[in-house]
Design a protein around this ligand. Structure first.
Ligand SMILES: Cc1cc2nc3c(=O)[nH]c(=O)nc-3n(C[C@H](O)[C@H](O)[C@H](O)COP(=O)(O)OP(=O)(O)OC[C@H]3O[C@@H](n4cnc5c(N)ncnc54)[C@H](O)[C@@H]3O)c2cc1C
Length: 294
């Protein structure tokens, strides 16, 4: 598989990248780590005439920055950086776990957060953890900037609210008050270099350690056309003091909400069964981390 011919340009600022996209129209594509785009170009699935690199737009900024309760993740942060970031591990451990689950060390050294979200694959490993924290993404174009809840961002396999002329410039999380714990679990056929058969990310926020659930988020990967919030499972947990039965019921509710398909890697029925198991185990781990362990 050979790469087709294309023109290459390096943007020196976000504004310049937006200008280049606006000028080139639908024939241009952004490239960050290239682990998704270059594979798609080699397979002939994308044929941009112009490729605009945003690799140098980081400008020495950290992968993760915290300002009070607000966490900002840089879209050019690599999976390797996020996986090892102590701030992220402490505040939103399941996002770091999602980054650790991507590909192999080689892939994680190149793959960026922005690219993982912009690719909008149902199996994107950072998507369910970020959904569990109600993350928002900032999008910039030549005509301005706006922010979108990640929950509204994914619209279909490979499709999102991101326009062809827009740049994803930040991923933001407002950390909730209370005592939170989170977890991410991914099921694959192998331990590494594996696209998820199913994944689950959960976050529980308790009013106090051992107390009532103030907020519950259950997000699923690879079991629907988009990374999916399991809202019935979340509603079941809200306002309750968690116990084993409740956690099992929430796992079963999440499995009913999944919309899996049969493919080469697994059947829809197996995926649905695994959602119940992954959600139950993830909720148990998150509860312990939130200080509500039994
Ligand atoms: C061998 C292999 C294994 C993999 N395993 C996994 C895995 O286990 N889990 C997983 O989730 N993914 C996996 N991937 C997919 C891929 O590595 C990730 O999705 C990666 O995070 C993409 O980031 P990137 O920087 O390489 O994106 P790129 O390839 O540079 O870009 C991907 C797309 O996003 C757009 N884009 C990139 N950055 C921005 C931005 N800031 N604003 C707007 N658009 C942008 C590009 O235009 C392009 O359309 C794997 C890939 C390979 C090759």
């Amino acid at each position: 598989m050979r790469l087709p011919m294309f023109e290459y340009a390096e943007a020196k600022s976000a504004a310049e990248a937006c200008g280049m996209l606006a000028d080139a129209g639908p024939d241009a594509a952004l490239i960050a780590g290239g682990t998704d785009l270059l594979v798609r170009m080699k397979r002939g699935l994308e044929r941009p005439a112009r490729v605009v690199s945003i690799r140098r737009l980081r400008g020495g900024l950290p992968a993760v920055a915290r300002d009070g309760a607000r966490l900002a993740l840089h879209p050019l942060a690599t999976m390797a950086e996020l996986a090892a970031d102590p701030l992220l591990e402490h505040a939103c451990g399941n996002v770091a776990a999602g980054a650790r689950a991507v590909g192999s060390p080689l892939v994680r050294n190149l793959a960026t957060l922005g690219g993982n979200l912009a690719s909008a694959r149902p199996c994107a490993d950072t998507a369910p953890p970020l959904l569990s924290w109600d993350a928002r993404v900032r999008l910039q174009s030549a005509s301005g900037e706006h922010s979108v809840p990640l929950d509204d961002f994914f619209t279909g396999p490979g499709a999102s609210a991101l326009r062809r002329d827009e740049l994803l410039t930040a991923v933001e999380i407002e950390l909730p008050a209370g005592s939170s714990g989170s977890a991410f679990l991914k099921l694959g056929q192998r331990a590494a270099l594996e696209i998820a058969i199913a994944s689950a990310a959960v976050r529980l926020t308790l009013d106090r350690p051992g107390g009532t659930i103030l907020a519950a988020r259950v997000a699923l990967g690879s079991v629907a056309p988009v990374p999916l919030r399991a809202r019935a499972a979340e509603d079941l947990l809200l306002g309750r003091v968690p116990n084993e039965d409740l956690i099992r019921e929430a796992g079963e509710a999440a499995a009913r909400e999944a919309r899996p398909i049969d493919d080469l890697r697994a059947s829809a029925a197996y995926r649905r069964e695994m959602v119940a198991v992954l959600v139950r185990r993830a909720l148990t781990a998150a509860l312990e981390r939130a200080g509500g362990g039994r």
